[in-house]
Every structure is written in C-alpha cells, then in structure tokens.
Design a protein around this ligand. Structure first.
Ligand SMILES: *Cc1c(COP(=O)(O)O)cnc(C)c1O
Length: 374
C-alpha cells in the first residue's frame, strides 16, 4: 500500500495528461507557454481571487511574498512553529526575524491568542518592527482567518496565507488561497493539487501586488526581461507542469469529494485511544493529511509498518527545535502545545484513489496495533 498513490491518479487521468503533454511538445513553448496563462486564469477563478501568478515552487511563492512586502532585516514576521520549514525559512532568508507562535491544540493551526500575545511582546521589547503574519493551513484545514484578519488589522500587519496544504479547503464557502492580503500554494506532487515536479503559485486581489509578483518572478522585469527595474529571481512554472495541472485541476473537485468521503469514514470507523482531526463548524479541509494524536505513537507506527500499512510523521521537529533556528534561543516551554504535538502526531494513508480494501487494511492495522479499543 502507498501512503499517497500518485500512480493510481495518473492511471485515472493518463489519456488526458498524455495528450496535454504532447500538445506542449508539439508547440514547443516550454517557458511561459499558453498553458501557463490558461492555468493562472483557471486557478484564480477556482480560488475566487482577481490574480493568480504561478512560480517555480511553494517556497519561492513565499519568498516572492517577502519581496513584494519588502520584508527586511529588523522586521518581525509571525508564523507557527508547527509547520514545514519553508514557512519560516523565507522570513530568515529575507534577513528578517521569524517569531514563532504556538498551535491551537484541536486544529493544530496557529493559535490566535498566542499570536496576539507575541505581537504585544515584540512591540513591548521595541527591537523589531512587526510587519506580517504567515498563517499555514496545516494538513488541509484553513487557519482561523476570521480571528487572524482582525489581529492583522488591529496591529497593522500584512497577512499571508500559506495554502500549500490547504488548497481546496474552505471557510463558509470561501476558498483557501483567498484569505489575507495574499496567499501562496505549492504544486509539489504530494500536495492536494500537485504536478509532476516542482511548482507553485501566489494569489491576490491587489493589482499592485500582482504587478510586483509578475516582475519579481522574472528578474525584476520592467517592460520585458531585458529591462530590469528591480532585483528579482527566476521563478517560473514550466509549461509542461502547467499543462499537467490543467488536467489535474479539472479533476480536483471530484478528488476533494473522495478525500472528504474517506476522511469521514476514518473519523466514524477508527475507534482507538487517540485524538482524531477536528474540523470546526463551517470549515472544509482538503485533507492533505489525516493526522492522529497518540502518546503511544512509536508503537502504533511500528505495528502498522509490520502489517504493511505506511504511516508518516508531519512534523516531528518544530521550527523552534530546528538547528538552523537555534540562535533564536527558544525552548519547548515556550510552545507547550506544538512541542507535544511534535511528539504525538502521525498521519495515515490518505489519497483520492484509495481502494476499499486498503481502507479496511488501515482500520485493521490500527485496531491490531496495541491501541486500546474503546
Ligand atoms: C510544501 C510546503 C511548502 C513548500 O512548498 P515547495 O513547493 O515544496 O517549495 C511551504 N509551506 C508548507 C506549509 C508546505 O507544506
């Protein structure tokens, strides 16, 4: 059994994807070909924002956001400690200081209360200028943007949604990618909407930000790439990846239905001594991961492995525990919830093409894995 079965998805879409790839090979516009713009228009439409600008990967999307907001040394950018490294990495790469925030214990997303406390702390210390918040839609569940947008407005901070995992999620019908001042996503193959290599995109309703994103992604271009009006990067989405994504996006709504059906089955039929995902009222997850919490994680995972069921840990190391951020001087006591989650979370197989037999195997493996059945 695969943890995420990309081959099953390809088998389902093979004819359409192969044809799209052949079309690109025939026209030969490998860089910024017509599929790139077609995809950007369709992605913006799907998310419900004015502009989508594609780029080379989800980390670049975040880095471009730092560039567009002119994040620089002396600035503080608040982000969760319980996330993938890239979220905090881009802040430090811009020369600014990431200020880590603890997690909500039921959603695992950034805790608005702890966020406000840390903003006030940075203001009181007077050393850094609070500039922005990067919220992450962890495991597919949008962060608490209703609260986060209020906090951002109160302290005059920009709000960035890192929707690398949340693409396809919703709050009261509003889609992930549409929250805050700008949002980023990743098309890494294992993400809810993935391509066959690296890819990413940013979303915004601001014409001004959109123009800056388009310039920064191609060497700070002015009227063309040989007219350079600012220092930028080279971060374009390949035409081939855009072509593949067009077919995957067409199938994506059905895949989300499948993921949610599978998640609902897990949530009703898993009966062990662990905490299951909590989806607040009005929220929809894109189920990038189905993650359980147990203080007996290692034994459960070992037993599942023995029974041929793959499980994974996302994430075993918080940002404040990373060697690269050790100079910031945090301890686990600063982040009690996230530090505990890092020791207790594990994710079980979740993808839109999971067969009934695999689902049953996962249930059986977990039931047999020494977990006390309630
Ligand atoms: C995957 C991921 C990224 C980075 O995306 P890449 O395309 O791999 O660069 C950033 N943030 C989060 C939360 C992610 O899960």
């Amino acid at each position: 059994m695969q943890f995420i079965d990309l081959a099953a998805q390809y088998k389902h879409l093979k004819q359409r994807i192969d044809q799209r790839i052949q079309t690109v090979l025939d026209h030969g516009n490998y860089i910024m070909g017509p599929e790139v713009e077609e995809l950007e228009i369709k992605l913006a439409e799907y998310v419900g924002v004015k502009h989508c600008i594609s780029c080379a990967n989800g980390t670049d999307a975040l880095q471009l956001a730092m560039m567009v907001l002119d994040i620089k040394p002396g600035d503080a950018v608040f982000c969760p400690t319980f996330t993938f490294f890239a979220t905090a990495e881009v802040v430090a790469y811009a020369g600014a200081t990431p200020v880590f925030v603890d997690s909500d214990e039921r959603t695992f997303n950034i805790c608005p209360k702890d966020l406000e406390r840390r903003i006030q702390q940075v203001i009181a210390e007077g050393k850094l200028t609070p500039r922005a918040i990067i919220a992450v839609d962890l495991f597919g569940l949008p962060a608490n943007y209703l609260e986060l947008e209020k906090i951002a407005a109160k302290y005059n901070l920009k709000l960035i949604e890192d929707a690398a995992q949340g693409f396809g999620g919703e709050i009261n019908g509003k889609r992930a990618g549409s929250f805050g001042d700008m949002a980023t996503t990743s098309f890494f193959p294992a993400k809810p909407l993935g391509c066959y290599g690296d890819g990413g995109a940013v979303f915004t309703n601001s014409d001004e930000y959109a123009a800056l994103f388009r310039s920064y992604r191609v060497h700070g271009k002015g009227k063309d790439k040989y007219d350079n009006v600012r220092i930028g990067v080279n971060s374009r989405l390949d035409t081939l990846q855009a072509a593949i994504l067009l077919e995957k996006l067409a199938e994506f709504p059905q895949e989300l239905v499948n993921r949610n059906r599978l998640a609902a089955l897990y949530s009703t039929q898993l009966t062990g001594n662990y905490l299951k995902p909590h989806i607040p009222q009005g929220y929809t997850s894109s189920w990038a991961q189905y993650t359980l919490v147990s203080d007996n994680r290692d034994a459960i995972m070992a037993s599942c492995k023995e029974q041929g069921v793959p499980t994974m840990i996302y994430y075993g190391t918080c940002m404040h525990q990373q060697t690269a951020f050790s100079a910031l001087g945090y301890t686990d006591a600063d982040f009690p919830t996230a530090s505990k989650l890092a020791k207790q979370v594990f994710s079980i197989p979740m993808h839109p093409y999971m067969a009934e037999a695999s689902f049953v195997s996962v249930l059986e493996a977990l039931a047999k894995s020494g977990v006390e059945i309630q």
